[in-house]
Write a protein that binds this ligand. Structure first.
Ligand code: GLY
Length: 389
């Protein structure tokens, strides 16, 4: 279809989730004419995510390289949150409340002991507590709790507020929003030159940043050999409300592995209690299922029996942008003019500050910072995408 109009920017970000917005904000702060193309900027997985900043409690074997990036971003959070609050005039619900990971039976306890040993080998701060000590910290915990790990450095933020604040900061910094789907990447002379939108408009740009979350592997026109190997990983999440008379219900994030599945309860200062999350490889399905809700409530109830008293106010499913090694893809794509900021999987909210720093420096100075070098898309070689139906 022929293009109707043309609009030019230095940087065009495809995707207005928190990763696209932080990239756009940082680019605009560097004086680059920046635009975002997304039908509903500020939406995406951040509307579902719980917002745990869990670099230490979500440590996994074999992910030590990712740990370094996660820790760097966690350390950036206080300054980042203060700067964004100032720039947007909005509160982010950033809460340095700490996290308690508990065990309900002997298997969970063994699992948690192993996590503790791994954390210690990585030089991370966490403290082993008996069941009684756990309940002293969080009296709503089930009497059967067998022990736990206290991690005071794992905090939380409200991702919906984070997204709204990034949107406001972008608007104040002069970022232009095209509220429409990007239909295809435009390539000319072996270089990305912009995108054509669903309404046929050509948006030209010096550089295009693909930050489309789980949809990043689906943009038409991206040469197959540089298409990011990102897949959707479904997470179902519940929101409950703690009535004033029951507050404080929990004073920090409480989590556990129950029958092999993760369950976490994230208490906000405004009384919201977020319970998550399933992890399902079901393609583009975002149905909230009876089974998903049942499992989350069953496991959360084993952990904190009193949750059955609370109003259930929302059930929702979102799609994490999973990558083959669970780490993000940051930097040049292999096609001139096309950069990637995607594949953040379970850590999008945590990695928002460092992603903004990395992409800002790359777009502003042309240099990929040292901390991002292990995460260039080239580490996967030419992974051909097989998209789920
Ligand atoms: N980081 C939490 C989750 O992805 O469920």
């Amino acid at each position: 279809m022929p293009s109707r109009t043309s609009d030019t920017s230095d940087v065009l970000v495809v995707g207005g989730g928190i990763i696209g917005l932080v990239t756009a904000w940082r680019a605009a702060q560097r004086g680059l004419a920046t635009a975002v193309v997304d039908p509903a900027p500020g939406g995406g997985a951040a509307q579902v995510a719980a917002g745990m900043l869990a670099a230490v409690t979500e440590l996994h074997y074999g992910e030590e390289t990712l740990l370094a990036l996660n820790l760097r971003s966690a350390r950036r959070y206080p300054e980042f949150a203060a700067e964004l609050t100032e720039a947007s005039g909005r509160d982010l619900g950033y809460r340095r409340c700490g996290t308690l990971a508990v065990a309900l039976d002997a298997d969970d306890r063994a699992h948690l002991r192993e996590l503790h040993a791994l954390q210690q080998r990585c030089g991370l701060e966490s403290q082993w507590l008996s069941g009684r000590e756990c309940r002293r910290l969080e009296p709503m915990l089930a009497p059967g709790v067998r022990g736990g790990l206290r991690v005071d450095g794992d905090h939380q933020i409200d991702p919906r507020r984070l997204a709204a604040a990034l949107l406001a900061a972008c608007e104040r910094a002069g970022v232009v929003f095209h509220r429409v789907w990007a239909e295809r990447l435009d390539v000319a002379g072996g270089r990305a030159t912009g995108v054509t939108t669903a309404d046929g408009t050509a948006l030209a740009a010096g550089r295009v940043v693909l930050a489309g979350g789980s949809l990043s592997g689906r943009l038409a026109g991206v040469p197959r050999e540089v298409l990011p190997p990102v897949r959707p990983v479904k997470g179902q999440v519940l929101r409950l409300t703690v009535p004033r008379r029951l507050a404080p219900f929990l004073s920090r994030t409480v989590r556990a592995v129950v029958r092999g599945g993760q369950v976490y309860l994230v208490p906000r200062e405004n009384g919201e209690l977020v319970v998550g999350a399933t992890s399902e490889e079901l393609g583009w399905d975002t149905t909230v299922t009876a089974g998903g809700v049942y499992e989350l409530l069953r496991d959360a109830h084993e952990l904190v029996p009193g949750i059955t008293e609370l109003p259930l106010t929302e059930t929702r499913a979102g799609l994490r942008p999973g990558s083959p090694d669970n780490a993000p893809l940051l930097g040049p794509s292999g096609l001139d003019g096309l950069l990637l900021a995607t594949g953040h999987h379970r850590n999008g909210v945590l990695l928002t500050p460092v992603t903004g720093d990395v992409m800002g420096q790359l777009l502003g100075d042309g240099e990929l910072p040292q901390e991002a070098r292990p995460f260039t898309p080239q580490r996967f070689g030419a992974v051909l995408m097989e998209q789920p139906a």
